[in-house]
Design a protein around this ligand. Structure first.
Ligand code: KIV
Ligand code: ZN
Length: 497
């Protein structure tokens, strides 16, 4: 029988702490349910001491999902562990993930401690966490740059104190695959009690090596991988779940049981991208929109003769479909709900009403609504609940016209109207919104994508703005690209308050 490699998803913790990627509790539950459907073993649901929102999300996710273990992050301090234990009260299986830095940078510069006192604090924290739960994971922060012999002493001590999983993070994404693999092999061979715990990887992607490092670790004895959907996470991100899973599936010499329903990969990727307002780069492995597109004539000819000539993964194995038409303006609420459930969304009550309303508006304009359109609708429905809303928009543009936009916005219930000019209709409309809201913001990134194809398609706009040194992300989708741009801008500025 194949050996198990546990999939630990930290999208709701490591990725969610990225500026602009914050989700509310309802959105986090939606993602957690989809992760459960995907088949992950552990969901890291948050860092409960960091904010009441994080605490509440861990509580609600613990209630909402059944199969995965729910994990809560802490520093190696008692008050963090107390709060994490409280947040996990409703989890069927709860895990506390506690840890401390073990590299010279962390020990001497960040913590201002000694190597010995770090070990003492680590052991104390693990023992304390074991008072609340049987499953305690210890992370040696910046293990990638930690001395091997010292790291082995830390790991031996925390396992003796009761750690059931030992996480060896490459926090800064510094290691090369052979170095990281060798580090795991060293621990396997030099920590006397290592058989009492599972070794976990947690790789960041600063040098683009997170997936390679994770696989090198698995080949050297790691049996848990910490990953995120779309590789989102601090700075350049974490190891992408979809890459590790499909790399293992594609290589028969990596004979591991992962328990992942790979057909759920694309839906999960889209849900996370839409809710976190983080576009997926077109050429991203597995989930990018070009990942299965063959553009050169030679490749197209080859694939038509035999798929395997240029494809190592069948698109349908990861859930890529040909964007089937599912609904029209005559479809009722029950049909909409049924199709939303099929693609992993489970809105009820008011949330369903809001999506239905937006569905009707879209179906009026677009006639045929596809699965991809529904995914986008779910991602933009929160617009209805925002305190700033676009009420009206009229633009004059075209060759030799002076682009002018008149925008009407409702701001906490009051209606404001403004007209402005710009170098194009989007610029004019956004200038008008800026004049109404009086926010000094800069647009740092502005990305327009069509969802499927055709001139009647929905356009998606991702925008990143900066205000007083902080970044905010916005997302909008509409058949009218100027409206989508303004909605995306409003989505981003609504987060400033
Ligand atoms: O990157 C890291 O070291 C982490 C730990 C908190 C596990 O995210
Ligand atoms: Zn991390």
């Amino acid at each position: 029988m194949s050996e198990k490699v546990y999939i630990f998803d930290t999208t709701l913790r490591d990725a969610e702490q990225v500026p602009g990627c914050q989700l509310n509790t309802i959105e986090k539950i939606e993602v957690a349910r989809q992760l459960e459907k995907l088949g992950v073993d552990i969901i890291e649901a948050g860092f409960p001491i960091s904010s009441p929102g994080d605490f509440n999300s861990v509580v609600e996710i613990s209630k909402a999902v059944t199969n995965p273990t729910i994990c809560a992050l802490t520093r190696a301090v008692k008050k963090d562990i107390d709060v994490a234990a409280q947040a996990l009260e409703f989890a069927k299986r709860g895990r506390i993930h506690t840890g401390i830095g073990t590299s010279p940078y962390h020990i001497y510069e960040k913590l201002r401690m000694t190597p010995e006192t770090v070990i003492e604090q680590a052991v104390e924290a693990v023992k304390y966490a074991r008072r609340f739960v049987d499953d305690v994971e210890f992370y040696a922060e910046d293990a990638g740059r930690s001395d091997e012999e010292y790291l082995a002493r830390v790991i031996e001590a925390v396992i003796a104190a009761g750690a059931t999983v030992v996480n060896i993070p490459d926090t800064t994404g510094y290691c090369l695959p052979n170095e990281y693999g060798a580090k795991i092999a060293y621990l396997k061979n030099n920590v006397p009690n290592i058989d009492k715990a599972i070794i976990s990887t947690h790789c960041h992607n600063d040098l683009g090596m997170a997936t390679a490092n994770t696989l090198a670790a698995v080949q050297n004895g790691a049996r848990q991988v910490e990953v995120t959907i779309n590789g989102l996470g601090e700075r350049a991100g974490n190891t992408a779940l979809e890459e590790v899973v499909m790399a293992i599936k594609c290589h028969s010499n990596l004979d591991f049981d992962l328990g992942i329903d790979t057909k759920q990969i694309i839906s999960t990727s889209k849900l996370v991208s839409n809710l976190m307002r983080m576009p997926v780069q077109a050429n991203k492995a597995i989930v990018g929109r070009n990942a299965f597109a063959h553009s050169s004539g030679i490749h197209q000819d080859g694939v038509l003769k035999s798929r395997e000539t240029y494809e190592i993964i069948a698109p349908e194995d990861v859930g890529v479909d040909q964007s089937s038409i599912v609904l029209t303006a005559r479809s009722g609420r029950a049909a909409l709900k049924h199709h939303l459930n099929e693609i992993g969304y489970t809105p009820e009550g008011e949330a369903l009403d809001e999506i239905y309303q937006r569905f009707l508006e879209l179906a009026d304009k677009k006639k045929m609504i596809t699965t991809r359109d529904l995914e986008v609708l779910v991602g933009t429905t929160h617009h209805c609940r925002m305190s700033i809303q676009l009420v009206g928009l009229q633009v004059v543009c075209g060759k030799s016209a002076l682009p002018t936009a008149t925008v009407q916005i409702s701001f906490d219930g009051d209606i404001f109207t403004e007209t402005a000019c710009g170098n194009g209709p989007v610029d004019a409309a956004i200038t008008a919104v800026k004049n109404i809201t009086k926010r000094r913001v800069h647009i740092e990134e502005f990305l327009i994508q069509a969802i499927t194809r055709g001139s009647d398609d929905l356009g998606k706009v991702h925008m990143q703005i900066s205000h007083k040194g902080k970044m905010y992300h916005g997302f909008g989708a509409n058949t009218d690209i100027v409206t989508a741009s303004v909605e995306s801008f409003i989505d981003a500025i609504s987060k400033i308050a």
